[in-house]
Write a protein that binds this ligand. Sequence first.
Ligand SMILES: [Cu+2]
Length: 138
Amino acid sequence: MDRRSFLATATGALSIGVAGCLGFEEGRAAGDHDVGMTQVDFRPEELTVDVGTTVEFRNTSSHGHTVTAVDIPEDATYFATGEFDDYEAATEAYESNNGGILTQGQSHEHTFEIPGRYDYVCIPHLASDMRGVVHVEE
Ligand SMILES: [Cu+2]
């Protein structure tokens, strides 16, 4: 599935999930981010892109979230809101001073250069299982 058809699919699913939420729909229609956020979910939870794609994660909710990689391919560049070097650093920063939090409307971009599966989480909503996956294909 190419990026365009995936996005079309994701948007379709989103329309069902947030029917009646006009503001969010307008945000999607602008096509200016790839992964949005609800109170305790990434939307979509899984995204498939080609190598070299820059993905924009945007906090489309009123709650604070992080985008923090937990499991990425060997040799891939670590990514996290707050630009931390690894998961431990991101966790410490969040626990000490809310480091890495994206507030409403803020975005974080990452360019995926290595194929494979990238699992990420929202640290403050781990208890709600707020997780996402980016699949990067050759
Ligand atoms: Cu969150």
